[in-house]
Design a protein around this ligand. Structure first.
Ligand code: MEV
Length: 309
């Protein structure tokens, strides 16, 4: 039996505007992971098992819209792996529809496990391209940021169609990630933003452009090209996401609670309308912000550090 894992992701800045060509910054979220196992069986069919979702089905009976089945087929084709006599089991500790990249993480773990099983190496760009096809089934019109950051497993500055651009983060950052516990499929929110942006381009295009400017300013700070504070840029990005109408009362409550308790900045992360928010903290504020989030309705609070490795 061969096994592989993939981390989730958090979008630090730029979600939604990234679908329209603006840049975004995302980092791996290692606190939660997806795992895939591939085992050989004598019997002919390929089975996909997802015990967390209480699902077990044959590949040849999967619906055309099944993202896992598409990832298996595309990976097998790339690896020239005959599709018979396999049991593929996927598990994940990432909550679904919560902005943490659960769909892309499960597909990435699965593609990596199939490559291991075939005794081959797929470079991150190849894994990302295969997972992107499944993301289209999951998200409708994805920018590609989730599959890119998860397959490359490092912080990325991302512009749609350009692959990951270098993001050499020069100082450590600590974020708390808080879950509203409200599932919110990204596909629906992305479709709503598209409909609104089509109806009112004069309102939405400047918002997308301002989000893009915020992301560029954040990159300059994170890479040491400019001096300044990242936190206010995050909070400004949240205000712009509210104007795009992708926030929610639960998300706004957690953002206000975090900032009031001393977070350097806070915002929703991912598709919005539910799912998760992030708060930038330092050693002095981390425990007070964690307590404030827990006391303001967060169903789970995680900590993630990056930038010092
Ligand atoms: C989803 O993780 C991020 C969105 O910007 C959608 C996308 O980029 O595909 C909301």
């Amino acid at each position: 039996m061969l096994m592989a894992t993939a981390s989730g992701k958090i979008i630090l800045l730029g979600e939604h505007a990234v679908v329209y060509g603006q840049p975004a910054i995302a980092v791996p979220f290692r606190a939660l992971q997806a795992t895939a196992m591939v085992a050989a069986r004598d019997s002919a069919p390929v089975w996909i098992e997802a015990p967390d979702l209480e699902r077990r089905y044959r590949l040849d009976a999967a619906s055309p819209g099944d993202p896992l089945a598409l990832a298996v087929r595309n990976a097998a084709q790339r690896l020239r792996l005959p599709l018979h006599g396999l049991v593929i089991t996927v598990r994940s500790t990432l909550p679904v529809a919560s902005g943490l990249g659960s769909g892309a993480a499960v597909c990435t773990a699965l593609v990596r496990a199939l490559a291991e099983f075939a005794g081959q190496t797929l470079v991150p760009d190849e894994v990302s391209a295969i997972v992107y096809e499944s993301e289209k089934l999951l998200h409708g019109t994805p920018s590609g940021i989730d599959n890119t950051v998860i397959a490359h497993d490092r912080p990325v500055f991302f512009i749609k169609g350009q692959g990951p651009l270098p993001l050499a983060v020069v100082r450590p950052y600590t974020f708390l990630v808080a879950d509203t516990g409200v599932p919110s499929p990204t596909r629906h929110v992305v479709a709503d933003v598209r409909a609104a942006a089509t109806r009112q381009p004069e309102r939405y295009q400047p918002l997308f452009a301002e989000i893009g400017a915020t992301v560029r300013a954040a990159r300059a700070l994170m890479t040491g090209e400019a001096e300044g504070e990242l936190g206010p840029l995050l909070t400004r990005n949240h205000a712009l996401l509210r104007e795009l109408e992708v926030s929610s009362e639960a998300l706004d409550t957690l953002v206000v609670a975090a900032v009031s308790a001393g977070a350097l900045g806070a915002k929703l992360s991912g598709g919005g309308r539910g799912g998760n928010m992030i708060a930038l903290v330092d050693d002095d504020s981390v425990e007070a912000v964690r307590a404030a989030l827990q006391g303001s309705g967060a169903k789970a609070v995680y900590q993630t550090d990056f930038g010092d490795d």
